[in-house]
Design a protein around this ligand. Structure first.
Ligand code: HEC
Ligand code: HEC
Ligand code: HEC
Ligand code: HEC
Ligand code: HEC
Length: 306
């Protein structure tokens, strides 16, 4: 096709030079052919996923379950596996600056929340954003559950820094063991998987100004970088939240009992008391107490976040 376009352009140039009368006509055709070539090239390099089903299939983690059974079960219990179901997106779509009159009007720009809650949407067209808006407004829970931060979001898209992730490569922290190549994507070691910035990609530095309306959700990575590290903190998010590669990534804020127990341990409280009696007049004794409390946080950032 490129060859025939080239011949087409060359004959047009010929037309411009040799035939004065046809000049205007051929010149217009010349411009149109350039626009055509330009748009062809652009479409070729930036292929967007055109349907929601295609996007879900691309990121479907069910095939990983067979071999990574434990990690899969842990991930299923994590908040990463339900990153859309609890964010009240329907309210934002109905009212306020992100609202749309009907789902068909929804675009990527209407969905700033997806930057972190469903980053794979970036690879899809606005038509897919509209499909997702319809799913959310119809409260189609089954489909919503399939929209999540799956294995491939972290191990492919968010798995490297400096340069784009290679297609068909899974990034791992070690990637040294043997694995059945015919059944597995190529695995590459990425030291980034062990760094706090890996989590920081979604766990927020502060308010986000890149969308039409500034938004702020998670800001915990900012606190980690600017408070914990400067005061001598030396652990990564993974060391505190993914011990032995535990993909449940505790805490799980839906499990209130577990969260309060974890917080109790994370915020040790030291209490010192001094009791005495105050005697302002000869026959008056007022019981008094001096209570000194000190709460320290062992977390790597402020808590709570948000
Ligand atoms: C910078 C990335 C980022 C953006 C953008 C973002 N969020 Fe979040 N959101 C998070 C992270 C990370 C958490 C969980 C961790 C936490 O709470 O510290 C979270 C948690 C939440 C929660 C609590 C989770 C639950 O299941 O109840 C809600 C609700 C929420 N976000 C709504 C939204 C909405 C609505 C938007 C868009 C207006 C949005 N978020 C945009 C990163 C983001
Ligand atoms: C939120 C991001 C995230 C998601 C989602 C995620 N992983 Fe991971 N995974 C990591 C990180 C980070 C590590 C490295 C942890 C470390 O070594 O400290 C890791 C480690 C691993 C390892 C190496 C385990 C080991 O013993 O060193 C395997 C295998 C793995 N993940 C598979 C999966 C599978 C399968 C899924 C989906 C069911 C998944 N991951 C989902 C972030 C993620
Ligand atoms: C047929 C079995 C099989 C399937 C299916 C499979 N894996 Fe693996 N995978 C392995 C084995 C074996 C290893 C090497 C040993 C290990 O690290 O657990 C491995 C290694 C990995 C690693 C590198 C971990 C490291 O040490 O750095 C990641 C990441 C990973 N797999 C993710 C996935 C994801 C995501 C899926 C689903 C798309 C998947 N795997 C499907 C068997 C499988
Ligand atoms: C692709 C974006 C993304 C990445 C990368 C990511 N997270 Fe998250 N994380 C989220 C979102 C979004 C939520 C909230 C999901 C919800 O409930 O709506 C969340 C939830 C959590 C929670 C549960 C919060 C709570 O209050 O219960 C923890 C803990 C957590 N993430 C830790 C990590 C760690 C550690 C890493 C790095 C290994 C990481 N995350 C990487 C987006 C991400
Ligand atoms: C020194 C250990 C430590 C480090 C480092 C650390 N955390 Fe935490 N984190 C905690 C503790 C402790 C809590 C309180 C709840 C608990 O015990 O799980 C917590 C809570 C959280 C929560 C829940 C916040 C909420 O509002 O309920 C999220 C999300 C989280 N951490 C993510 C991260 C991420 C992302 C990083 C890296 C940027 C990180 N943490 C680094 C120890 C740590």
């Amino acid at each position: 096709m490129n060859h025939s376009l080239f011949t087409f352009c060359r004959s047009l140039l010929h037309g411009i030079c040799l035939n004065e009368k046809r000049h205007r006509l051929t010149f217009n055709a010349f411009i149109i052919s350039f626009i055509f070539i330009f748009t062809t090239l652009c479409n070729g390099s930036d292929q967007k996923v055109e349907s929601l089903k295609q996007l879900i299939d691309m990121y479907d983690p069910t095939s990983c379950q067979e071999c990574h059974e434990e990690i899969y079960a842990q991930w299923q219990n994590s908040h990463h596996a339900r990153s859309i179901t609890g964010i009240f997106m329907d309210r934002y779509l109905k009212k306020g600056p992100l609202s749309v009159k009907n789902p068909g009007e929804a675009t990527q720009k209407n969905f700033p929340c997806f930057k972190c809650h469903l980053p794979q949407l970036e690879k899809a067209s606005d038509g897919v954003a509209a499909e997702i808006a319809a799913v959310i407004l119809n409260n189609d829970k089954t489909t919503m559950q399939q929209l999540n931060i799956s294995c491939m979001v972290c191990h492919q898209d968010k798995g490297v820094v400096h340069g784009l992730p290679e297609s068909n490569v899974m990034y791992g922290p070690k990637a040294e063991k043997e694995y059945p190549e015919e059944e597995h994507m190529r695995v590459k070691k990425s030291p980034f998987m062990k760094q706090a910035a890996m989590c920081g990609q979604c766990h927020g530095l502060g308010p986000i100004f890149e969308f039409g309306h500034p938004i702020q959700c998670a800001t915990l990575y900012g606190s980690y970088l600017h408070a914990y590290i400067p005061s001598g903190g030396a652990q990564t998010c993974q060391e505190c939240h993914m011990k032995k590669a535990d993909h449940t990534c505790p805490p799980n804020f839906s499990d209130r009992k577990d969260v309060s127990e974890r917080l109790r341990q994370a915020l040790p409280m030291e209490v010192n008391t001094l009791a005495y009696r105050f005697q302002p007049t000869e026959n008056c004794f007022v019981p008094m107490i001096v209570l000194k409390t000190k709460i320290t946080s062992t977390a790597g950032h402020r808590i709570p976040d948000g």
